[in-house]
Design a protein around this ligand. Sequence first.
Ligand SMILES: *[C@@H]1O[C@H](CO)[C@@H](O)[C@H](O)[C@H]1NC(C)=O
Length: 151
Amino acid sequence: MMSLMWWSLLVSLLAYRNVSANELPLETNVKANACNITGAWRNELGSTLRVKVEGSQVTGVYQTAVESTRGAAGRERKAKIIGVVGEGPQPTVSFAVMWEKGSCSAWVGQCFVLPDGVRVLKTFWLLRSVADNLASNWGSTRLGEDLFFMT
Ligand SMILES: *[C@@H]1O[C@H](CO)[C@@H](O)[C@H](O)[C@H]1NC(C)=O
């Protein structure tokens, strides 16, 4: 009888510990400060990124301020974005666009919350231009870095 009482006391203590661990205020702080990428971003060149997140899917519109050759990004220099985003307070992200004239770009990176609460998207990109043939394949991919700030 005595041992049963001790046992149930131990069980309820453990249960209490679990509940309080789930209710840590830290958890809600991390959520509130999470790097939510939904919104409008601008990079160091003035290109803009407008995105929406649904679950792990990223959709939106990219408007580039630069292009490899005149007209390569189309008349409006805009393209639809398709991508994926991870979970957690500072998720990784990957998205791609297809430009009007057949070149395409892809970015991978991560969203960071700076100490002052500012959100930044630190990325690398690849730009693939259309090669006329295999012989000109070697020089048809560019690599760069983009830093986006939420606007
Ligand atoms: C992310 O931000 C958008 C726009 O501010 C908001 O509607 C959405 O609920 C946020 N998502 C999360 C998971 O906080």
